[in-house]
Design a protein around this ligand. Structure first.
Ligand SMILES: [Zn+2]
Ligand SMILES: [Zn+2]
Length: 107
């Protein structure tokens, strides 16, 4: 899958837990060495870019929310995948949980 120079949507409409698991599984798909992560396919050193995750309210049926965006590190293989121009995603969180969480930064 080539992401090079593209606007990439990594995932949409996941719960925060599902998103964490997906990112965790992605990290685990790379081989950990003394000097960082390596691609299991080509051996290239894994790089990171920024993944912008929009926070959306689960009760809304569409992708809408308070306009907050969370940024996390997003690993990719520069050889097999290439650096995306932008990497975006959204998580859908219950409205009741919104506003009492310290997990999200205002950006
Ligand atoms: Zn959404
Ligand atoms: Zn690779």
């Amino acid at each position: 899958m080539s992401m090079k120079g593209k606007d990439v949507t990594v995932f949409t409409s996941l719960s925060a837990d599902e998103a964490n698991k997906l990112l965790d599984d992605r990290q685990k798909s790379y081989e950990k060495t003394e000097d960082g992560y390596r691609c299991r396919t080509c051996g290239e050193r894994i790089m990171q870019t920024t993944l912008y995750i929009s926070i959306h309210i689960k009760e809304f049926k569409t992708c809408a929310g308070p306009g907050r965006v969370l940024t996390v590190n997003f690993p990719y293989c520069p050889n097999c995948e290439g650096e995306p121009r932008t990497a975006r995603a959204c998580v859908h969180v219950p409205q009741a949980e919104w506003g009492c969480s310290n997990d999200y930064d205002d950006r």
